[in-house]
Design a protein around this ligand. Structure first.
Ligand SMILES: Cc1ncc(COP(=O)(O)O)c(C=O)c1O
Length: 372
């Protein structure tokens, strides 16, 4: 029978987000795997998270819907961010927040600036709403305001930026964000702070001063809860109310709420992990330098490595159960792979295998005979 159903036009022409590799899920013994492709921590979350989940599983009302307002979690986020509770809304991961933001604010033809290269999910959500994406290079000269002004736009509604950016680590200073918020008061700025905990860089102080900013945050990175899906936004209460009209509060499941709350009760654990990652990053950057590998350092838990054959390098390491992210197809990042930085123990294991990899994969030598 011919398929008579069609998706809406915006979906038909949409280029989807390219997910990371998932073949690691086919390997039963997870201890064999070095998962360094998606910027999750290499360590498990705080033991207090595990205890809280076990308690929930034995005592919690699993037959009830979760708290649709995530009240307890919001109280802890409020304490953590120093922002009033009506400026906070929780989501099933920060990707879910990005999706709800696009659906709340973007109509057909609304223009959205996305600085490139960057995390690609917001582009997908915006285009699915028929918005028009205008790309601009993050490293062009000038301030954020200059960059936005230089874009030819007649109907600019939104600017999305990851700060510090994934995958380059490019960071926009707070004073530039503030000036842009003042200058373009009818434009909504989405600041994706998924990696905030690794560097402390944040625009959270601007959220009570301006009503045209939304910060998105994640429990998937420094807090180690990626599989449970939990994130939140920080924004003006009216902005939160509008987004809440389409947000499904039930999607922030009870185990995610329990786990995120427990993680916020053990900030010291997260901070110790972040400190270890930052020290390990310096150590391994030194190792790459000694070896003659060019790198791009970021203020967060990943770096970029320049190699001769990114496809073959990722393939070679995958055969050794090491997962890296090839970013070579991204504009301006030809030849680069992204490496998540984890604990010292894990990165030691990675380094031992990396330094014994065939040199012709890593460095430009005789280009023939590269089969692995
Ligand atoms: C910049 C950025 N934003 C958001 C996300 C997704 O976060 P979450 O797991 O909270 O949906 C990622 C994940 O890699 C990311 O790099």
């Amino acid at each position: 029978m011919p398929l008579m159903i069609q998706p809406k036009k915006a979906i038909k022409k949409l280029t989807p987000y390219v997910d990371g590799n998932h073949s690691e899920y086919l390997i039963n013994n997870h201890n064999k795997i070095l998962k360094l492709d998606s910027n999750e921590p290499t360590a498990k979350p705080s033991p207090k998270v595990t205890t809280a989940i076990i308690n929930y599983l034995s005592e919690g009302p699993m037959n009830w819907y979760p708290d649709v307002k995530s009240e307890e979690l919001c109280r802890h986020i409020s304490k953590y961010t120093q922002l009033p509770i009506d400026h906070i809304l929780t989501f099933n991961g920060s990707d879910h927040a990005l999706e709800c933001i696009a659906r709340t604010f973007l109509d057909k033809g609304d223009e959205t600036i996305i600085f490139q290269p960057t995390y690609d999910h917001f582009r997908v959500y915006a285009q699915s709403c028929d918005a028009t994406i205008i790309t601009s290079n993050e490293d062009q000269p000038g301030s954020l305001t200059d960059k936005i002004t230089s874009v030819k736009s007649s109907n600019l509604r939104m600017v999305y930026m990851v700060n510090p950016n994934n995958p380059t680590g490019f960071t926009i200073p707070l004073d530039q964000i503030k000036t842009a918020l003042e200058t373009f008061s009818n434009v909504l700025f989405i600041i994706d702070e998924a990696y905030f905990e690794f560097c402390g860089i944040t625009a959270a102080s601007l959220v009570t001063e301006f009503n045209n900013i939304i910060i998105t945050r994640s429990f998937s990175k420094a807090f180690g809860l990626a599989s449970l899906r939990c994130g939140y936004i920080l924004a003006h209460p009216t902005i939160c109310e509008w987004i809440n009209k389409i947000r499904v509060g039930k999607n922030v499941n009870a185990i995610a709420q329990t786990a995120a709350t427990a993680a916020l009760k053990d900030i010291e654990y997260m901070k110790a992990y972040v400190e270890e990652v930052n020290l390990t990053k310096e150590w391994i950057l030194g190792k790459f330098k000694e070896m003659g590998i060019s790198t791009i350092k970021t203020p967060v838990n990943f770096i970029l490595l320049k190699v001769e054959c990114p496809e073959l390098v990722t393939e070679y390491f995958e055969k050794q159960n090491i997962y890296l992210r090839n970013r070579s197809m991204v504009p301006n990042l030809k030849g680069f792979i992204r490496l998540t930085i984890g604990s010292r123990l894990i990165m030691n294991r990675f380094w031992k295998i990396f330094e014994s990899a065939p040199k012709e994969l890593l460095f430009e030598t005789n280009k023939t005979n590269l089969a692995i």
